[in-house]
Unconditional design. Structure first.
Lengths: 285, 316
């Protein structure tokens, strides 16, 4: 076989592959690019200028309007989002790690049964839980409070599933045994030995749970009527519904969307490697 | 501290320790419970109890004594709510839309994700991490915000895409009665393709390279290797992404709810979840519970059914 046809064939397929992937990259980038351009324009330019080209640079004014509108409610929504998604995911990761570690490392009766109950929980659609939770919470007076969104959000059966896999893979039984022999209690062993070894895995679990809470629109929608308790997603949704009556809100919806996704996108890109380990573990079955 | 010394002491001490502990080597039951309770308490309260409560509620009905204005009370109604849901044409219409959405969107999205994963795994492609990151980036965007972004690209007043298409003589109406379902499907595809791609790509990365060597020596092309070696090996990941996608489709709410704000072609009962919310807003919580239970059951049946079907076919 001569070398010539192989290289020319591969040059053709190389170009075809690049072209296809570039088209797809444009598809993925287009809405974000549009959002960036739109967020820098004054409201009046949104409809009158080309959506893909910059016009008058008005980003700072848009930001000022966004953060001062309705007594700075957007800042409040941002803080709420941090409480629900960041704090919720942190607490959720800790309790998932404790449970997954125990399921991986301790021998006790009913262990497999508990694990299969958790696995069943992975398949329960969370939106199916929101309405019955609303009724239970209204009976206990929890509706329209931070806890109504926070408490259900900390539960992640998938997090426990991942924690069990990671604890099995990352924490050697001998280390636990020797910590025990040194007289360390089980909690001390967990926090001083296992926690460190599991840290990359815990970051992965945290990220997955953060996304789940950040994405869960139905729960806050059902639970909250008080604007001051909204996460960003619900707040922007409400503003978006009012743009027909108050067209000037449109610019704040656009700027608010950009402000809320940019930090998350940056963190995601920086923490890329943690996603891949989690996704690999998820596909192991 | 030498390894042998620690090992020796461990053996001695663990035999001593065994007498100390009641259940042969593990920690005491109280300690195990202390590890499990922080998860299981909220899991039971906010997962299992609501599931049980929804089931219980779905078998109840509200009745009134003495006609329209009498006092109402709830009582056991058997399958009454389920019968009502199953006779509701709006319910079937929402299931039909979701079914159509799922039959088209899920295979298209997973096919694109698979092609991208395979291309990322070949030596043919440069700028791999750029392509991987751009595809994965939408995963950081919540469904509501993604739908808001796309709704601007669909809107006839603001969209540069509409302008472009008009420029070449087309009259696109992304929010029209026939198109709006596919506009919603596009938002889901945009959001989830990269995530699914990454699951498949991770699986591809764990295949040892030696597996391809033999095929290469036999003269197999990259495409032959991709379809006949790589795809069958990562089949479990493809099944997993399919199951996740089915679950996601059945729960669809945020994206059509946002598009409803700018299109009159999305009704308040467009998807099963929107129907459940609409029914609950009308204070018929029992029927909303029945809808939720039906959605959950369909999810289970389809997910398990698909897993069984594919594992049989593959002879696993």
């Amino acid at each position: 076989m001569s070398n010539q046809p192989v290289t020319s064939e591969s040059r053709v397929s190389r170009t075809a592959v690049m072209a296809l992937m570039s088209l797809l990259a444009i598809y993925f980038l287009l809405p974000v690019y549009f959002l960036i351009v739109a967020a820098t324009k004054p409201q009046g330019d949104l409809a009158s200028t080309n959506g893909l080209a910059f016009s008058h640079f008005n980003l700072f004014e848009n930001l000022r309007v966004l953060f001062t509108r309705s007594d700075g409610i957007f800042g409040r929504w941002a803080v709420n989002t941090v409480i629900y998604a960041v704090l919720g995911a942190a607490v959720g990761t800790l309790i998932s790690a404790l449970c997954g570690y125990a399921l991986a490392k301790f021998r006790f009766r009913g262990r497999e049964f508990l694990f299969s109950v958790i696995l069943g929980g992975v398949l329960v659609p969370t939106t199916a839980l929101a309405l019955p939770l609303f009724l239970l919470f209204s009976a206990t007076g929890l509706v329209n409070t931070y806890l109504a969104v926070f408490l259900p959000s900390i539960v992640s059966p998938f997090g426990v599933y991942l924690a069990r896999i990671f604890a099995n893979a990352a924490v050697p039984q001998e280390l636990i045994e020797s910590a025990r022999l040194d007289g360390a209690g089980e909690f001390r062993t967990f926090f001083s030995v296992a926690f460190k070894l599991m840290t990359p895995a815990l970051v992965t679990i945290f990220l997955f749970q953060f996304v789940a809470i950040w994405n869960n629109f139905f729960l806050p929608m059902v639970m909250l009527q008080k604007e001051s308790l909204f996460p960003i997603t619900l707040g922007l949704y409400q503003w978006n519904g009012q743009t027909a009556r108050a067209p000037l809100l449109q610019q704040s919806v656009i700027t608010g969307s950009l402000v809320s996704i940019v930090p998350v996108i940056i963190v995601f890109i920086l923490l890329q490697r943690f996603w891949r380990s989690g996704l690999a573990a998820g596909s192991l079955k | 501290m030498t390894d042998i010394a620690t090992r020796a002491t461990r053996v001695v001490e663990s035999s001593v320790g065994r007498h100390r502990r009641s259940n042969g080597g593990g920690p005491r039951a109280g300690t195990v419970a202390a590890f499990l309770t922080p998860f299981f308490l909220p899991f039971v309260l906010f997962y299992l109890v609501p599931v049980g409560y929804a089931l219980w509620q779905s078998f109840r009905v509200v009745r009134r004594t003495g006609g329209q204005y009498g006092t109402s009370y709830t009582t056991f109604g058997g399958f009454e709510q389920y019968v009502e849901v199953l006779q509701n044409s709006e319910f079937w219409a929402s299931i039909g839309r979701i079914g159509l959405f799922g039959i088209v969107q899920v295979p298209v999205m997973l096919f694109v994700a698979l092609i991208m994963a395979l291309l990322l795994d070949t030596p043919l492609l440069r700028l791999k991490s750029f392509f991987r990151i751009t595809a994965f980036m939408p995963y950081a965007v919540p469904g509501v915000i993604a739908a808001i972004m796309w709704s601007y690209l669909y809107s006839p007043q603001l969209s540069p895409v509409v302008d472009l298409l008009k420029g070449i003589g087309l009259e696109p109406d992304f929010l029209g009665p026939g198109a709006v379902l596919w506009s919603a499907a596009n938002v889901s595809t945009w959001l989830w393709t990269g995530y699914n791609m990454l699951i498949m790509y991770s699986a591809l990365q764990s295949i040892p390279q030696e597996l391809y060597e033999a095929a290469r020596i036999d003269g197999a092309s990259n495409w032959t290797i991709a379809w006949w070696i790589k795809v069958p090996i990562i089949a479990p990941s493809i099944v997993l992404t399919t199951v996740f996608s089915i679950i996601g489709t059945l729960q669809l709410y945020a994206e059509p709810a946002v598009l409803r704000q700018i299109s009159s072609n999305i009704s308040s009962t467009f998807t099963p979840n929107m129907l459940a919310y609409a029914v609950a807003s009308g204070n018929n919580y029992q029927q909303a519970a029945a809808i939720s239970v039906i959605i959950a059951v369909i999810t289970f049946v389809l997910s398990f059914g698909f897993m069984r079907l594919t594992s049989k076919k593959a002879g696993l």
